[in-house]
Design a protein around this ligand. Structure first.
Ligand SMILES: NC(=O)c1ccc[n+]([C@@H]2O[C@H](COP(=O)([O-])OP(=O)(O)OC[C@H]3O[C@@H](n4cnc5c(N)ncnc54)[C@H](OP(=O)(O)O)[C@@H]3O)[C@@H](O)[C@H]2O)c1
Length: 328
C-alpha cells in the first residue's frame, strides 16, 4: 500500500514522500481502516521539524487525524463492526494516518456523524475534537461573551458553532474573507484582524472568555483584556503535552515553562485563568463531539482536496496547509 512518509525532519513538507510500504500488523485492541480523507493540519507542519522526543530514526507515516472504513477488527474489539465508517485523531508518537490503510487503537475512534459524509468527517476530526475540548475547558456560563481568534480557521470555525450551542455570545476575530461564512452560522460581531486591533475594540467592554489559536502577541493582549478565562491551543502547557503523545525531557519542560512565564505572570497580574489546552486522542469525546453535528446541524466550510496521486507526482508544500488529502 502507498503512504506519505516523513523521511527525516525538514522545513515545511520538503522531506515528505509517497512510497509503497507493508501494511502494519493489527494488534488485539486495534482496527484496520481503509482511509478516505485526512486534513493537512498546522501541527503536521510542526511535526516536520521533529519534536526532541520524536527523532525520526525511521521513516514515519505523516498525519494525525482522518476518516475511513473499518476493514478488520483486532481480537479484543467488540464495539465496532467491519464496514463501520469512523473518524479519529491519534497520538503524535503513533504511526500516522496518511496511508491507504492504517491500524489504530479502538479507543481513539468514533463513528462519524450521521449528518455528514465520510469525506467531510476526515476534514473535521482534529478541529472538532480540539474545539469541543477547549470550549468545555472554559466551563462557561450561558449568556456570557466569548472572543474567538482565528474564527474562520479549521478549529475556530467549529469553536464558534460549539460556543453558540453552549449559549455564549460570540465575537469573532477573523479574516474578512471568512465573514460571510461566519454570518451564516449566526455571528453578528466580527473584527477583521488585518485592519482592526481587537484590544482597542474591546478594552472598554471586555468579553468573559477568550479562545486563542494564535499565541504570542494575540495571547498577551487577550490576557490584558482581563477576561475571566483564556483558553489557548497555542500556549503549550508542559503539564498537558503527554496527552498528545509527547513526553518532554525535563530540560525541555523547564525551557517551555520559562518561555511561558511572561504569559503566566500576566495572567496572575490581571487575575485571569489561563488554560493551555492540548488535544488528547479520545474516541469517547470525539463521539460526543460527533453527536453535535447530528443534533445541531453544524456547518462545514468548503475545503480544497489533494489526491494521493497528486501528492505522489507533485509532493506537498506549505500552500497545502488546510487542504484535505483524498485517498480513494
Ligand atoms: N493545542 C492543540 O492541541 C492544538 C490542536 C489543534 C490545533 N492547534 C493549533 O491551533 C492553531 C490553529 O489551527 P487551525 O487548524 O484552526 O489553523 P487554520 O485552519 O490555519 O486557522 C487559523 C486561522 O487564524 C486566522 N488568523 C491568522 N492570524 C490571525 C490573527 N492575528 N488574529 C486572528 N485570526 C488570525 C487565519 O486567517 P487567514 O486565513 O487570514 O490566515 C485562519 O483563519 C495552529 O497553530 C495549530 O497548530 C493546537
Amino acid at each position: 500500500m502507498k503512504a506519505i512518509l516523513r523521511t527525516k525532519a525538514g522545513k515545511h513538507f520538503s522531506t515528505m514522500k509517497v512510497e509503497t510500504i507493508k501494511a502494519s500488523v493489527i494488534k488485539p485492541n486495534e482496527v484496520r481502516v481503509k482511509m478516505k480523507t485526512s486534513r493537512i493540519n498546522p501541527v503536521d507542519m510542526d511535526l516536520m521539524k521533529g519534536f526532541p522526543s520524536l527523532k525520526y530514526k525511521i521513516k514515519q507515516i505523516g498525519g494525525i487525524d482522518g476518516a475511513g472504513k473499518i476493514t478488520a477488527l483486532g481480537s479484543n474489539v467488540n464495539n465496532f463492526s467491519i464496514g463501520d465508517e469512523v473518524f479519529f485523531y491519534r497520538l503524535f508518537s503513533d504511526i500516522g494516518t496518511w496511508a491507504e490503510e492504517i491500524t489504530i487503537p479502538v479507543k481513539y475512534i468514533s463513528k462519524i456523524p450521521k449528518s455528514i459524509s465520510l469525506k467531510e468527517s476526515g476534514a473535521v476530526a482534529l478541529p472538532i475534537l480540539t474545539a469541543f475540548e477547549s470550549i468545555l475547558a472554559l466551563n462557561s456560563k450561558k449568556g456570557d461573551t466569548i472572543l474567538i481568534h482565528g474564527a474562520g480557521g479549521g478549529v475556530g470555525f467549529i469553536a464558534v458553532q460549539i460556543a453558540i450551542i453552549m449559549g455564549l455570545k460570540v465575537i469573532a476575530n477573523a479574516s474578512n474573507k471568512d465573514f460571510e461564512d461566519l454570518k451564516k452560522i449566526g455571528v453578528n460581531t466580527l473584527i477583521d484582524y488585518k485592519t482592526h486591533d481587537f484590544y482597542d475594540q474591546l478594552k472598554l467592554n471586555p468579553p468573559d472568555y477568550v479562545f486563542d489559536v494564535i499565541g504570542k502577541k494575540t495571547l498577551m493582549k487577550s490576557i490584558t483584556l482581563k477576561p475571566k478565562k483564556v483558553v489557548s491551543i497555542a500556549f503549550p502547557d508542559p503539564a498537558q503535552m503527554h496527552k498528545s503523545g509527547v513526553n518532554l525531557p525535563w530540560l525541555l519542560k523547564k525551557i517551555l515553562i520559562l518561555m511561558n512565564k511572561k504569559f503566566t505572570k500576566a495572567a496572575k497580574k490581571f487575575n485571569v485563568e489561563l488554560i493551555g489546552q492540548v488535544t488528547g486522542a479520545n474516541g469517547k469525546l470525539l463521539n460526543d463531539a460527533a453527536r453535535l453535528f447530528d443534533t445541531h446541524n453544524l456547518y462545514i466550510k468548503s475545503f480544497k482536496t489533494k489526491t494521493l496521486n497528486e501528492i505522489e507526482t507533485n509532493g506537498l508544500n506549505k500552500l497545502d496547509l488546510g487542504k484535505i488529502i483524498l485517498f480513494n
